[in-house]
Write a protein that binds this ligand. Structure first.
Ligand SMILES: C[S@@+](CC[C@H](N)C(=O)[O-])C[C@H]1O[C@@H](n2cnc3c(N)ncnc32)[C@H](O)[C@@H]1O
Length: 224
């Protein structure tokens, strides 16, 4: 992962626009607006890449403090977010219950231990805090899955050859997606991990989705 993302870091923003047909910024803006962050929110941009989500959150929320975390040092440097940590999503170097919101843009498919990463996100969120994710998903219908994957392979190989003279550089997107899950199953996984009020919006026939999920507060102790 580190080698791959270290290689593509300088071209990352361009390739994100290409693979999202220019819609990436709009999806991210909508995801941040839907989060309704409190003033002075403390926000984690996890798998931050070049830090799009964190910067958008800061521009939407007065006094927000953004922390960036990513496995890849060259990505973190490009993000230019002063408070940052080189870290694996499955083992976050933050104290329990310190963030109002965690944003993850196109990171979920890359986490080898997705369930553990979600538990970590839940741990570092304050009770009632929000997880917001944007990612590729497998469209629900098998015929659509095949077409979507084939299209992503062709597009990845083309841009890999053009930008790096290596066809396989961007085929990690369909490679990571092939064994991933549909957006509805991700909603179920969020609920299973202890998130409530899970909502999702799908785009490109389910090939892309934004999820919002709240860390359920602990049950009230009975007052005698
Ligand atoms: C496709 S980029 C996403 C960048 C950005 N969040 C965005 O919305 O465009 C995926 C990022 O996930 C990071 N990453 C991959 N595996 C990770 C892990 N286990 N923990 C933290 N970050 C990881 C990569 O280094 C890379 O910067």
């Amino acid at each position: 992962m580190r080698d791959l993302f270290g290689t593509i870091a300088p071209k990352y923003d361009f390739i994100t626009r290409v693979f999202s047909y220019g819609m990436d910024r709009g999806w991210k803006r909508m995801a941040v607006a839907g989060a309704a962050l409190p003033a002075r929110a403390v926000v984690l941009d996890l798998a931050c890449g070049t830090g799009d989500f964190g910067k958008l959150a800061a521009s939407h929320c007065s006094g927000a403090h953004v922390v960036a975390a990513d496995l890849t040092e060259p990505m973190l440097r490009l993000a230019e977010i002063p408070d940052r940590a080189c870290a694996d999503a499955a083992s976050l170097p933050f104290r329990t219950e310190c963030f109002d919101a965690v944003f993850v843009g196109y990171g979920l498919r890359n986490f080898p231990r997705l369930a553990t990463a979600l538990e970590e996100v839940r741990r570092v969120l304050k009770p009632g805090g929000l997880l917001v994710t944007l990612d590729f998903f497998l469209p629900g219908r098998p015929s659509l899955q095949r077409i979507f994957l084939a299209y992503l392979y062709a597009q990845g190989a083309f841009w890999g050859l053009v930008l790096h003279r290596r066809a396989r550089v961007y085929t990690y997107i369909p490679d990571s997606l092939r064994t991933f899950l549909p957006a509805e199953k991700f909603s179920l996984l969020l609920k299973k991990t202890g998130f409530a009020d899970v909502t999702a919006r799908q785009f490109l026939l389910g090939g892309i989705a934004v999820h919002w999920a709240k860390k359920s507060p602990p049950p009230c102790a009975d007052i005698q």
